[in-house]
Structure formats: C-alpha cells, structure tokens
Design a protein around this ligand. Structure first.
Ligand code: NDP
Length: 252
C-alpha cells in the first residue's frame, strides 16, 4: 500500500524539474496523477514513463496564469477521476533577480501572473470540488525567496504571497477536512536553476542578497522537494496545515 494510494493528485508544472519528479514519486506511491503544464509533448513523455512503470497518469495541457485554463484543468480531472484529493501548485518561472529599482513593469507582471495568480486560480478551482466532499489537501511550492525575501523583488513578493495564501486557506478550512501547506525550496538542481531566466542581471543587488545565504551547503535535488511534497500530500501529515516547510540544507 503506497503512502498516497488511490489519491487523485494534480501536479502543475509536471513537464520538468521538481514537478516531474513529484509526479513520479506520487505515482510510485499509488496516486493517480494528473500532469499539467503548457508543453503537451513533455507531459506525455512523463506520463508514458509513469504508466510503463505500472503507475496511473493523465495529462491536461494549459497555462496556469490563465483562469480559464485552471478551471479546465480542475474540470477535466473531475471528469476523468470523479474528484480531486490533492492539488500540488508547483508551476513557476525563475527569478531574474531584479532589485526594486531595476525591475521592469513587464517582468513584475509576468512573475506575478505565473508564480502568484496561478496559485489563486488553481486553488479556487480545485476547492470548488474539495469543499463539496469536505476533503482535500493543497501543497503550494513557494521558495526560500518567499520566506527570507533574498531574491529578486518580484519573485520574493510572489513567493511570499504564496505562503500567505497557504496560511489563509488553512485558516478557512481548519478542522473542515481540507489542509493547505507549502514547501519552500532552496537552490535545487533543475532546468530552472540553469536557465537564462535565473541569470543575475543585477549583480550588486544579488551580492547583498547572497550575504544572507550560506553558499557552502549542497544544492538540493528535485527528489528532496518531491519527498516533502509527498509528506504533505499523504495522510502522514493529516494533523498539519498552514505550514511552510523550508527544504534548503540550512542555507539561510
Ligand atoms: P522547471 O523550470 O524545471 O519547471 C517549471 C515547470 O513549470 C515546468 O513544468 C513548466 O512547464 C511549468 N510552467 C511554467 N510556466 C507555466 C505556465 N504559465 N503554465 C503552466 N505551467 C508552467 O523549474 P523547477 O522544477 O525548478 O521549479 C518548480 C517550482 O519550484 C517553481 O514554482 C519554482 O519557483 C520553485 N522553486 C525552484 C527552485 C530551484 O532552485 N529549482 C528554488 C525555489 C523554488 P511548461 O514550460 O511545459 O509550461
């Protein structure tokens, strides 16, 4: 019997990195995983691998910064499996590490749309179904930037909002069968970490930020984040809600 046996779990951003590994780990623990992201082919690759390993997976492509897509991802999940037990809000884009005096309006809006609005849209869409059953769990992926604010202004703000939404949803549903927790990764080896998006555009600002981070610890691996997500998705954490768990080897 797996730790999330039979649970219907949506993982956004499942085409890469932490989301991809999370989908694999949850499926290996018995979940029926619904993989969501924009790149349909990448999602199909991940789903085929899970199915070949004996797991259950279904794909729904969509852009989680768009409300209609979020509603559709939730609807298609319920149409396929009849319910949503767990939502993992993982999709996100990397940090351009802009200080407030260097951050453009465009970059601010893009980060807020993908890293913050998506969590609001997807959670609201899933909660419609969870509330009817009085059962469910949401796991939001924030960042150490959302806890310590030592990243770009837009990224830090969006990820802090994710922690605030986590606690707010937890308060609303405390004792009502629905939990909401966050995982806050530190630097983790994924395509995001090596992409251009995370390149440092504001060297002086980041030097100041880095004074708040101990760089001598190892980087985490996607599986380290996936295991924390598994804990919040499973009934092992049935008495835990409104928590933000930092997974960063103690680099802050
Ligand atoms: P990756 O770049 O490897 O994966 C990001 C995922 O998000 C992809 O599957 C991508 O899929 C999806 N995504 C991006 N934009 C959208 C969108 N508009 N709609 C739907 N899906 C989208 O990154 P990671 O695995 O590293 O990051 C996962 C989460 O972890 C993010 O929220 C990130 O902020 C957070 N995080 C990561 C850290 C790290 O060091 N790696 C540190 C702290 C937090 P597609 O392109 O197919 O849409």
């Amino acid at each position: 019997m797996g730790l999330v046996e039979g649970k219907v779990i949506i993982v956004t951003g499942a085409s890469s990195g932490i989301g991809e590994k999370t989908a694999e780990v949850l499926a290996a623990e018995g979940a029926k995983v619904v993989l969501a992201a924009r790149r349909k082919e990448k999602l199909e690759d991940v789903a085929n691998r899970i199915i070949a390993a004996g797991g259950e997976a279904y794909t729904v492509s969509g852009d989680v910064s768009v409300r209609e897509d979020c509603d559709r991802i939730a609807e298609e999940t319920v149409k396929k499996y009849g319910r949503i037990d767990v939502l993992v809000n993982n999709a996100g884009i990397g940090d351009k590490q802009m200080s407030i005096t260097r951050c453009s309006d465009d970059w601010w809006r893009q980060i807020i749309a993908v890293n913050q609005d998506s969590v609001f849209y997807m959670s609201r869409a899933a909660l419609v179904y969870m509330e009817k059953r009085g059962e469910g769990s949401i796991v939001n992926i924030s960042s150490i930037g959302g806890v310590f604010a030592n990243a770009g202004i837009a990224y830090s703000a969006a990820k802090a909002a994710v922690v605030a939404m986590t606690k707010n949803v937890a308060i609303q549903f405390a004792g009502k069968g629905i939990r909401c927790n966050a995982v806050c990764p530190g630097p983790t080896i994924t395509p995001l970490l090596s992409s251009d998006e995370i390149a440092t555009f504001d060297q002086e600002f980041m030097k100041t930020c880095n004074e708040h981070i101990c760089r001598s610890v190892p980087k985490a691996e996607a599986v380290d984040q996936a295991n924390a997500i598994l804990y919040f998705a499973s009934d092992l954490s049935k008495a835990v809600t409104g928590q933000a768990l930092v997974v960063d080897y103690g680099c802050n």
